[in-house]
Design a protein around this ligand. Structure first.
Ligand SMILES: *Cc1c(COP(=O)(O)O)cnc(C)c1O
Length: 373
């Protein structure tokens, strides 16, 4: 038996990721770049392994959330350009430049502090300007009362090399009606970068704004580069499938430890939230919230034993959970799928009152990743 499959593991299909990459790549015009979002350990799939695969497939750029994630990839020998989407303390600008890491910049104070930190290093830092077009999060404001003066000043800082400009959509994965605000964001983005380019007399090399939602629903956004995350891992961000067939790459499995017989009146797990009503076989699975199985799913989800569905019962503990396998013939050693190809992650996420993104990211470092294909 594969040693990694002795308890709880996440099976990652590299073939599925390759399929998803190619399916989306096929929609792009030849000159359009593809940035693979591998933040949060590639949405739980393993950032180094996924980045190596993407490099082989001809991916042009990678994106992560923070410096440590970027350095993990550089240390593993990943040579592709890497964009940090989130904040980095300005004092680290020389580290970014030395490691050829591109930084998102969305305010003048940080841009200026980074420029200052680079004094005397003889290096320039590649940056992508972030424009705030309605997400209400980060970036130079590109609508209403605008601070594009600041963006123009940032572009002119001598030790920064502005290679790209981007924005981020907040409802591109929404239903028809909801997602229409994307058009407004797109027009604010275009007006914003055009104004900056007109005033500086320099065109950005890479304009990008396409997350997974826009990848599927708004081909008009593709520009010079697309930036899908969750779709690469085979999950649709919303209800629109955009005529692209995606294959979920991760399946989470756990191997039954024990099956115990219980009598009516017995209660299961902390808080006694489940009472046995008939003679029952209760399986104990070595997966809990420390592995990423949200406690909020307690008494709500079911587990799939090769087509036989067992209700999860009692509170999900840190390292274990229980399932009612009465009449299913489940025994010690039998494997259950928690989510993946048979049980869609989105369905489990609904039960927990969250989204599948969070389920993927929650799979903890304790869970070995087993790569197939
Ligand atoms: C996470 C992220 C993405 C990818 O989003 P998906 O919905 O997973 O495609 C793209 N751009 C930015 C700025 C992000 O933070």
């Amino acid at each position: 038996m594969d040693d990694a499959k002795k308890r709880t593991w996440a099976e990652i299909s590299l073939g599925a990721i390759e399929h998803n990459y190619r399916a989306m790549r096929a929609r792009l015009s030849p000159g359009c770049r593809y940035l693979g979002v591998v933040k949060a350990n590639a949405y739980g799939h393993g950032a180094v392994r996924v980045s190596r695969l993407l490099a082989e497939l001809g991916c042009d750029y990678l994106a992560v959330a923070c410096l440590d994630e970027a350095m993990e990839l550089r240390r593993a020998g990943i040579k592709l350009p890497i964009l940090i989407l989130g904040y980095t303390m300005p004092g680290y600008a020389p580290v970014l430049a030395e490691n050829d890491i591109t930084q998102a910049v969305g305010d003048y104070a940080t841009a200026q502090a980074m420029n200052d930190a680079l004094a005397g290093t003889g290096r320039k830092l590649k940056v992508h300007l972030k424009l705030e077009t309605g997400m209400g999060r980060t970036g130079f404001r590109a609508y209403g009362e605008t601070e594009l003066d600041d963006a123009v000043k940032a572009v002119k800082l001598p030790r920064l090399r502005p290679e790209g400009v981007f924005t981020h959509f907040c409802v591109s994965d929404g239903d028809v009606g909801v997602r229409d605000f994307t058009w407004e964001q797109l027009s604010r983005f275009r007006a914003g970068f055009t104004a900056i380019e007109d005033r500086t007399g320099e065109r950005f090399e890479i304009h990008h704004c396409t997350n997974s939602g826009a990848m599927l629903s708004f081909p008009e956004t593709y520009m010079d580069m697309v930036r899908p995350g969750v779709a690469l891992y085979g999950l649709y961000p919303g209800t629109d499938r955009g005529d692209v067939e995606l294959i979920p790459a991760m399946s989470l499995f756990s191997r039954t430890a024990y099956v115990q017989r219980h009598a009516p009146g017995d209660t299961i797990s902390y808080g006694r939230t489940f009472t046995v009503e008939r003679p029952s076989d209760i399986a104990v699975l070595p997966i809990g919230y420390a592995d990423g199985l949200h406690r909020a799913l307690s008494n709500k989800m079911s587990l799939d034993f090769g087509g036989r569905r067992a209700r999860q019962v009692g509170r999900i503990c840190m390292d274990m959970c229980m399932a009612d396998v009465t009449g299913l013939g489940v025994k010690s050693g039998d494997v259950a799928e928690i989510f993946g190809r048979t049980v869609p992650a989105g369905d489990v996420a609904d039960l927990a009152g969250t989204i599948h993104y969070e389920l993927l990211c929650a799979v903890s470092p304790r869970v070995p990743r087993v790569y197939v294909d």
